[in-house]
Write a protein that binds this ligand. Sequence first.
Ligand SMILES: [Zn+2]
Length: 366
Amino acid sequence: MHNLSTPRLKPFLEYYFDGNKIYFFKNPGTAIEMDDPSGFISSVCKLMDGQLSLSELSQKLSTAYPYESQYLNGLLDVLNETYLLEDTSAHNSECLTEYDITRWERNIEFFGAYTKANENKYALQKKLQSIKVTLLGLGGAGSHLLYDLAALGVHHIQAIDFDMVELSNLNRQILYNETDISSLKTTIAKNRMEQFAPNATIQFINKRISCSEDIEQFIQNQDIVISVVDQPRETIIDWVNTACIKHKIPFICGAFDWKWALCYSVMPGETGCIECWKTNARKANLLFHDFAQKEGFVTATAPNVAIVPFIAILTGLILTDFLKFVTGISKPISFGKLWAFDFDTANMSVIESWEKNPQCPICQNT
Ligand SMILES: [Zn+2]
């Protein structure tokens, strides 16, 4: 049962009444249809303006629709359950400044599509402002993610990298210019972000990660870690895993494997960790990781392949799950799963998933 005070249809919603049925166009290519031979639903939709109270609305309808108006509450329940309604009295914007409301207006409208009438869309933007994120890596994916996180309205970011800008980075690392070559990425990124997101608190740390303790020292008060570092190739993910599991911090990872963009995540205490994943994979067959430990293994002679459309897709996957995790508007896909995009077919699918291993040496106590 709804608890509406001053309802209206969501402002981005389009609808059409043909004299017999009303069609709400919420999803592409389909419409929500309702029979409306008397025009009652159409009249309710026209009258609800976010100003009129429920009793005023009922009063106006009772003259023109003396029989149908008794069904007003039932109709509003249905419209609310299908996410077509909002209640202007529930949307309390006091948690944000006027500047915030303007800068993130389109975000807030997006959140409005996910909120039922008694939920506050502004509070979801506030969640983004409040979360503390550590971003490991300011290379291909990391340079996009830093801009994107700030664009989303994330206000507390810790960005860690040790590298300098090189000419060959500029096919994909959009934070940097040719004049930045040979400068530290953290220094250049700091300058860019001071202009793009002056209200955000972004800490730039120039540090080469070489063990899990290096990660631990930075993440202890953070809410989530995003890792897009790929060096050292076989060990960095174990360090992220160990540090994040120890401090019970969820993490989202992104990587490339030839023509695949890969996103996978761990929620300590809920999903299996990276070690659990490896144990699961070993049951099926030998892991690449295990081959890489063998004598005679031939290591790659060139760095990972990386091309800009792929980077944009990978960062899109990471940010999609980040946004779902922070706001709760929908269920993240990659937690305890390997979510992959295939460049050839453009298929996006979960290609592996893993359970928590009760004997896992890393996460059994979480
Ligand atoms: Zn584990």
